[in-house]
Design a binder for this molecule. Structure first.
Ligand SMILES: Cc1ncc(COP(=O)(O)O)c(C=O)c1O
Length: 378
């Protein structure tokens, strides 16, 4: 174990990717805003020296070093999570291949694969995150999402990865909801991590980001070459903001998870709520596997109210919950997922707990649920 790996999470995130201090230089370098870098007139481009802003930027490299340290693999950052996911799919899959995707994961991954890969001769097989998983014979790539968004089912990553590896499949995990402080899929046996850094990783609702992390140097180079050719790179200011935000990940996740625990308990006992999912509830179907493979639980809680009118009344009555998509931010947000086309009940809400004071949030949500209970669903 390296010295950095032996530190606690707070120390790891605050130091991740920082350069060695140089007297007189900024403690944390600012963003390098460059589309071009000067070339040596004699040698021209030289490997290892920056030349052009699409393949090269020192600000991303620091962020990539930071995320790579946390995930335990080499990291490549992208403009968004979807840029990272599509890079993986297009780099690994060829006509005639089969890919297994979560039936209940982020809807756009599924929709994108069906729209873009199926016509290119790739068979797209959908499997619920909680299983049962079919034989992986003939499968080229398995992309898991655990916990799955929005239903929060989980799968045993080590077990599924071993079964898929037995048939030679590549195993990737979308680690968006957990973040690398919540779980490290590469250490659990996955080959690749993909994620949206737009959510809890950066957590301030002001940056779009994605990344791939992987220990296979050849695959990293294929994905880097894909990124260079397709140009889905993060801007240097976004990369710099993301790196700044990463330093508080431990603190933010701790409060989000504490808030989620309190809110999930409240929801579980409220008559307006038909069902609630959070892997930390002792009765939740995900709790056994989540507590085994996750180091901490997410701030996202999913619950069901009577329908769209009850959800609207809930959000209107709350002073602390804002209707917004995305999750993992500082502020508590609620998203009625059916409005985006998820195949879920009309009153299903993905609630992303922010870092507000727990007692304030619980009191606010309790009175908003009372308001939702008074609504007659048309
Ligand atoms: C689990 C998951 N993966 C990937 C994405 C896509 O990320 P982005 O919006 O950064 O492209 C999302 C977005 O919500 C997500 O929830």
């Amino acid at each position: 174990m390296s010295e950095a790996e032996s530190y606690g999470d707070g120390t790891r995130v605050v130091r991740a990717g920082l350069p060695e201090p140089e007297p007189g230089e900024p403690f944390r370098p600012g963003p390098v805003l460059a589309s071009v870098f000067a070339l040596d007139p004699d040698t021209g481009p030289v490997p290892g020296r920056d030349s052009y802003g699409r393949p090269d930027n020192p600000t991303w490299r620091r962020l990539e070093a930071a995320i790579g340290e946390l995930e335990g693999g080499e990291c490549l950052t992208f403009a968004t999570g979807m840029a990272a996911i599509s890079a993986l799919l297009f780099t690994v899959l060829r006509p005639g291949d089969t890919v297994v995707l979560p039936a209940d994961g982020y809807y756009l991954t599924r929709a994108f694969a069906q729209r873009e890969l199926t016509p290119r001769g790739v068979t797209v097989r959908l499997v619920p995150t909680a299983g049962p998983y079919p034989s992986f014979a003939g499968v080229r790539l398995v992309l898991l999402e655990s916990p799955a968004n929005p239903g929060l089912d989980v799968c045993d990553i080590a077990e599924v990865a071993a079964a898929a590896h037995a048939h030679g499949a590549v195993v990737a995990v979308d680690n968006t909801t957990a973040t690398p402080l919540g779980q490290t899929p590469l250490a659990l046996g996955a080959d690749v991590v993909v994620a949206s850094g737009t959510k809890a990783l950066t957590g301030h609702s002001d940056v779009l980001l994605g990344y791939v992390a992987c220990r296979d140097a050849a695959l990293v180079e294929l994905i880097r070459s894909w990124r260079n050719a397709t140009g889905g790179i993060p801007g240097p200011v976004d990369a710099w903001l993301a790196h700044r935000s990463l330093a508080t990940l431990d603190l933010r996740l701790a409060r989000q998870s504490e808030n989620a625990a309190a809110v999930a308990t409240l929801l579980a006992g409220h008559p307006a709520v038909r069902s609630v999912r959070w892997p930390g509830l002792p009765t939740d179907p995900s709790t056994v596997v989540a507590s085994r493979q996750m180091r901490r639980l997410p701030g996202v809680v999913t619950f069901e109210l009577a329908g769209p009118a009850a959800v609207a009344a809930f959000v209107r009555a709350s002073r602390l919950v804002t209707a917004a998509t995305s999750f993992g931010g500082l502020h508590t947000t609620a998203d009625r997922r059916a409005q985006w086309g998820d195949d879920v009940p009309a009153g299903l809400v993905r609630l992303s707990c922010g870092i507000e004071t727990t007692a304030d949030l619980v009191a606010d949500i309790a009175q908003a649920l009372d308001a939702a209970a008074r609504v007659d669903e048309p």
